[in-house]
Design a protein. Structure first.
Length: 201
């Protein structure tokens, strides 16, 4: 019985090969199918834009002026502040009750000792002596998030529908070497990148 099965398998293979040779003389092409099985616990989107693909988001701060940096702003700056949220949907409430996020500098952006985001200094047309300060803005947390340091204590409790929101804000501030007279802020673009990693409980 097993020998018959083997023989039939070879015969089918030969017929398919012959068919492929004939098809080579006509219009041919390939179709590539892409898919993925993910271990993600929740779907993450920015400001509830659930149709946004992937986990790479953009937040645009308001345009400000050099004169706005005349006085020291520090970690409590609200200059050009922009609020945003990370929205979680489709979470498995059987395994997750709370969610939080850790933030780390990314793609040429660094951070200083105070946890401020420091944009890459070699970017063409970049402003000088401008940092960004990231802070919590919800779930009973309003403190500064020190980038590249494990200190973010904002946690969102998932609803029964498997959704939650983490609220944040980002603003301009001066760089560590800033001096209003000898080393002031100069005009230019400000771009910094931060990576977030979700943590679940």
């Amino acid at each position: 019985m097993s020998l018959k099965n083997v023989g039939m398998g070879v015969a089918v293979a030969l017929v398919l090969s012959a068919g492929s040779a004939v098809a080579a003389d006509s219009d041919t092409g390939t179709i590539t199918f892409h898919g993925m099985v993910s271990t993600n616990t929740c779907k993450v989107s920015l400001d509830q834009k659930i149709d946004q693909s992937g986990n790479d988001f953009d937040v645009t701060l308001d345009t400000v002026f050099v004169k706005d940096f005349a006085s020291a702003l520090g970690a409590t700056s609200t200059l050009g502040q922009k609020k945003f949220s990370l929205s979680l949907t489709g979470c498995d409430t059987a395994t997750v009750q709370k969610a939080s996020a850790q933030f780390d500098s990314w793609a040429g952006t660094t951070s200083n000792e105070g946890g401020m985001l420091v944009p890459a200094s070699n970017a063409q047309g970049a402003a000088k002596n401008v940092n960004l300060v990231l802070s919590n803005d919800g779930n009973s947390a309003t403190d500064q998030i020190k980038v590249d340091q494990t200190n973010n204590n904002q946690k969102a409790t998932l609803g029964t529908d498997g959704t939650a929101n983490l609220y944040y804000k980002v603003a301009y501030t001066q760089g560590q070497g800033w001096d209003s007279t000898s080393n002031p802020v100069t005009a230019g673009t400000v771009q910094a990148q931060v990576a977030f990693t979700m943590a679940y409980e």
